[in-house]
Design a protein around this ligand. Structure first.
Ligand code: GAR
Length: 228
């Protein structure tokens, strides 16, 4: 059972998807704390409703990123957090925070990285005129949206598709690939070799999960497994 802390600044639909996969039994994890730099973020209400301890402070009241992140680390102390999932957490993390959870911080981003990093990955995809959009789960490194890629989902952009048409389609994919990536982490199946992430087969004696059908019109790599 992977003990997860979730960091979120907004709506919290990815937190909700993580909690759903946990309650359905496909993601063998427990969210032991939700943290935010936005004290009234809807994600926190969601966490509270699920009985998850929360911590939130406005980052602008701290002198530096280092101090804010140190406060988060203090808040997490004693919770035996094994991994951190950024779920719409719209801030960079300090080197000190990343060092504390080396190789155990994941992020979801609404574009096919390395294209369109930043705060509006899907909007930037459309504005550029790219014909494929999508989302990426990756390990977090210091530079923005830059770490080794774990899984990506790609969608063809429709002619004249507005952002409010594309965004829900990307979110629907995020809600499937993020719990899947976290389950691979929880089951020790992700191995980092430099920038490359290798997904290993389940341990001997463990069941090999059947592949799940990808949603229509969507390409996912590596393929989703049953339950996601
Ligand atoms: C998601 O689309 C996520 O990919 C994005 O924020 C949204 C949060 O939605 N993250 C980034 O852009 C990170 N650079 P949610 O609050 O409903 O989960």
């Amino acid at each position: 059972m992977l003990r997860l802390a979730v960091l979120a600044s907004g709506r919290g639909s990815n937190l909700q998807a993580i909690l759903r996969s946990i309650s359905q039994g496909s993601l063998k994890a427990r969210v032991v704390m939700a943290l935010s730099n936005v004290p009234h973020a809807p994600a926190l209400e969601l966490a509270q409703a699920a009985g998850i301890p929360i911590w939130a402070e406005d980052h602008r009241t701290f002198k530096s990123r280092k101090e804010f992140d140190a406060a988060m680390l203090t808040a997490m102390a004693g919770k035996q957090v094994e991994a951190v999932a950024l779920a719409g957490y719209m801030r960079l993390l300090s080197p000190e925070f990343l060092q504390a959870f080396k190789g155990r911080v994941l992020n979801i981003h609404p574009s096919l990285l390395p294209a369109f990093p930043g705060t509006d990955g899907a909007g930037d995809t459309l504005a550029y005129g790219a014909k494929f959009a999508g989302c990426t789960v990756h390990f977090v490194e210091e530079a923005l949206d830059s770490g080794p890629v774990i899984i990506q989902a790609a969608l063809a952009v429709q002619a004249n598709e507005p952002l409010d048409g594309l965004m829900p389609r990307i979110h629907a994919m995020e809600h499937r690939i993020y719990p899947q990536a976290l389950q691979w982490l929880a089951s020790g199946r992700l191995r980092l070799q430099g920038r490359l992430v290798h997904l290993s087969a389940p341990e001997l004696g463990e069941e090999t999960p059947e592949p799940a059908n990808p949603p229509a019109g969507c390409l996912i790599s590596p393929p989703l497994e049953q339950g996601f």
